[in-house]
Write a protein that binds this ligand. Structure first.
Ligand code: AMP
Length: 462
């Protein structure tokens, strides 16, 4: 769960990257980093916290150069340590390189073991550092060939944005698990931008050019963009990006997240109708699907839950105590909307089940006569190995409970989940545009490979 951004050839590269990271903040709120490239010399800022807190005018002024890459991070591999904040930077063979990664490698552990056997010293627990180490050990002299060597060895989910020498490089893994898009600035047509989501382009007034294709390496330098396409696998774009993760104003692989969520809600109303007086979303994650549910069912849509926008996304905080406390801190029910009513509450997913229970209680305590929970995705019953933060199988309520049991445990009068087929239709699965839905179906496109266990190096930098 991360967001990446890169820009090529703009006098305010760092400023625009800062804006791009703002638009991608929902993809990771634990740390952020920005590295600018001034004629091959890299300048970077990396810190824990939100984009708006980290980057001051003074800091941005210290990031010269016409190329920049940035990253927002939520830990999926490596733990939340300052050392792991991206973009990672390294120096080898007389050049500096910065790399920002969204995704998760599935064979990081055996690669790391092998590199350590060869004498490599790692400074972070991040799977991304393995890529830099593989590049440094390549027998080739050119960056592109070094990158090619590394890509031949890594497996898993990766959307990379890299800068080195006079280049910006964008890479998407052969399955296309995570998104990556190419755009160019309207005001400076020579300025190319790469980002996890199109919403970052809207903010900086860049036009969307196209998706980076699965298996593609796009190199942008003074002669413009050049693409190298490695053999793609059948496309397995992450369906959870549409369900929860991406912003609704983003278009992913040609499908609008907003339209997909409306379609999920409509399909949910067809699959799990209920006699009710009002449909309310869990804000913000359930809003668009609830609109679809209300539209299809003809039941009025109201905002029966109000979110306090000044507390972060609760789930994003890795500490258990904060997450449980967070639901109350974050949401409140409106008795004027729900009292005496049969209420349909729509959310995007149930993971551990704690949020839904608290919400059902909130709505009932505000006077609802019945609480019917509708979820715009199937039961999550397996962990994600490709970059979405899901807990272990044991913590996933659907991995060990039937839907009736979950309904009882969240104290709902009824519970309905969207079917996997309904979800696939909503995201317009079509030949050549397949999805990874392993967290729902257990169909993992690639399995992780174990390595020797290791102890994390814990350094706190202040
Ligand atoms: P839970 O209490 O674990 O069932 O949390 C479910 C809530 O967390 C839902 O409202 C989702 O919108 C949200 N959610 C689902 N998956 C994730 C994720 N990977 N990261 C952050 N929030 C999530």
């Amino acid at each position: 769960m991360c967001g990446v951004f890169g820009i090529f050839d703009h006098p305010e590269a760092a400023n625009l990257t800062y804006l791009g990271l703002h638009a991608l903040q929902h993809r990771g709120q634990e740390s952020a980093g920005l590295v600018s490239n001034d004629g091959g010399m890299l300048h970077g800022v990396r810190a824990m916290g939100h984009v708006r807190k980290i980057f001051t005018r003074e800091l941005l002024d210290q990031l010269p150069g016409r190329i920049a890459v940035g990253h927002v991070r939520y830990t999926t591999a490596g733990g939340s340590l300052v050392k792991n904040i991206q973009p990672l930077t390294a120096q080898f063979r007389g050049r500096s390189i910065a790399l920002a990664h969204n995704g998760n490698l599935v064979n990081e552990a055996p690669l790391r073991d092998e590199l350590e056997r060869q004498g490599a010293i790692f400074t972070s627990m991040s799977d991304t550092e393995v890529v830099l180490q593989l590049m440094a050990r390549s027998g080739h002299a050119s960056v592109l060939e070094q990158l090619g060597d590394a890509l031949d060895q890594i497996q898993g989910a990766y959307s990379f944005v890299i800068t080195t020498e006079d280049k910006l490089i964008a890479v998407r893994d052969p399955y296309g698990f995570r998104p990556l898009v190419l755009g160019r600035l309207r005001s400076h047509p020579g300025s190319w931008v790469v980002a996890s989501e199109t919403c970052a382009f809207d903010l900086i007034e860049a036009e969307f050019v196209r998706d980076i294709e699965p298996g593609e390496i796009l190199v942008i330098d003074a002669s413009g963009p050049t693409r190298v396409v490695r053999p793609p696998q059948p496309r397995r774009f992450c369906v959870f990006e549409h369900v929860y993760f991406a912003r609704p104003d983003t278009v992913l692989d040609g499908v609008s997240v907003y339209e997909a969520r409306v379609a999920m809600g409509e399909q949910l109303a067809i699959e799990h109708p209920v006699d009710a007086d009002v449909v309310i979303p869990v804000p913000d994650s359930g809003v668009v699907a609830a609109l679809g549910y209300a539209r299809k069912s003809g039941i009025p849509f109201e905002m029966g839950l109000i979110r306090n926008h000044y507390v972060g996304r609760t789930f994003i905080e890795p500490m258990d105590s904060i997450r449980h406390f967070g639901v109350r801190l974050k949401l409140n029910a409106v008795p004027q909307v729900v009292a005496g009513k049969r209420v349909v509450v729509v959310d995007d997913s149930i993971v551990r089940g704690t949020t839904s229970r608290k919400i059902a209680r909130l709505v009932r305590n505000a006077g609802a006569r019945e609480v019917h929970v509708r979820i715009s995705s199937p039961p999550v019953n397996g962990p994600c190995h490709y970059g979405i933060d899901t807990p272990t199988r044991a913590e996933l309520v659907a991995s060990s409970h039937s839907i009736d049991e979950i309904a009882r445990s969240i104290e709902a009068d009824s519970l309905g989940y969207l079917s996997p087929e309904g979800l696939r239709a909503a995201v317009r699965e079509r030949p050549g545009f397949g999805y990874c839905d392993a967290c729902f179906t257990g169909n993992y496109p690639i399995r992780p490979t174990a390595g020797a266990g290791r102890r994390a190096l814990r350094i706190v930098e202040v």
